[in-house]
Write a protein that binds this ligand. Structure first.
Ligand code: ATP
Ligand code: MG
Length: 177
C-alpha cells in the first residue's frame, strides 16, 4: 500500500488509522531519513491506540512505554538509531506479546525477534526539498534566514506500508504474493 501524505496533520491522521488497526503482538518498523516523520507517525499511532502521551523522540532512552488509557495494548516506542545489532533489540527484553512495538530505524533488526511485522517506509519525493537546495545560493540564504521553519515546513511524503509474515496475510497491508 502506497500513499501520499501531504502534511504533518495528514501523517498523524494516517497514524491514527493505523493505530486503530493494531493489537498486542504487532510490530511496526519505521524507515526513513532524519526528519522523515517517523515520530510524527508514531504519535498518530499512539492516538489511534489510545495510549498516554506525549509520544516524542526517545532521545535519552532506547524504548519508552506508553500505557493504554482505554484498555488496549500499551505502545512501546523504540528508537533503534543507536542500537547496533539485532542482539540488542532482543536485549531490551520488551514484552512483544502484550504490546504494540514501533521501532524507528528498525529495518534489519526485527527479523531476529519476529516472523511478522509491518514495514513502513517514508520518503520525501524528489523535487520538493531537493529542488529548493539545488536553487541559487541567495534562495538558500533566504531559507536559512527564516530559521528552522524551513526544516519543519509541511511537505508531502510518500508512505509505503508492507505487511510481512503470517500476521498480515489477508489484510489490506499484505505484501503482494
Ligand atoms: N508530510 C509530512 N509528514 C510528516 N512530517 C512532516 C510532513 N511535512 C513536514 N513534516 C515535519 O517534519 C518533521 C518530522 O519530524 P519527526 O521527528 O517526525 O521525524 P523522524 O523521522 O522521527 O526523525 P528522526 O530520524 O530524527 O527520529 C516534523 O517537524 C513535521 O512537522
Ligand atoms: Mg524520530
Amino acid at each position: 500500500m502506497r500513499l501520499d501524505v501531504v502534511d504533518t496533520p495528514a501523517m498523524e491522521a494516517f497514524g491514527r488509522e493505523l493505530g486503530a488497526a493494531l493489537r498486542a503482538g504487532d510490530i511496526v518498523v519505521l524507515t526513513g531519513p532524519l526528519g522523515a516523520g517517523k515520530t510524527t507517525l508514531t504519535r498518530g499511532i499512539g492516538a489511534g491506540l489510545g495510549v498516554r502521551g506525549p509520544v516524542q523522540s526517545p532521545t535519552f532512552v532506547l524504548a519508552r512505554t506508553h500505557p493504554n488509557l482505554v484498555g488496549g495494548a500499551p505502545l512501546v516506542h523504540v528508537d533503534a538509531y543507536r542500537l547496533g545489532s539485532a542482539a540488542l533489540l532482543d536485549d531490551l527484553d520488551l514484552d512483544f506479546e502484550r504490546s504494540v512495538v514501533v521501532v524507528e530505524w528498525g529495518a534489519g533488526l526485527v527479523e531476529a525477534v519476529t516472523d511478522s511485522w509491518l514495514e513502513v517506509v517514508i520518503e520525501r519525493p524528489t523535487g520538493a526539498r531537493g529542488a529548493q537546495f539545488a536553487g541559487p545560493a541567495d534562495a538558500v540564504d533566504a531559507a536559512d534566514a527564516s530559521g528552522d521553519a524551513d526544516l519543519d515546513a509541511d511537505e508531502p511524503r510518500i508512505v509505503t506500508v508492507t505487511g510481512i509474515g503470517p500476521r498480515w496475510a489477508d489484510t489490506p497491508y499484505a505484501a503482494p504474493a
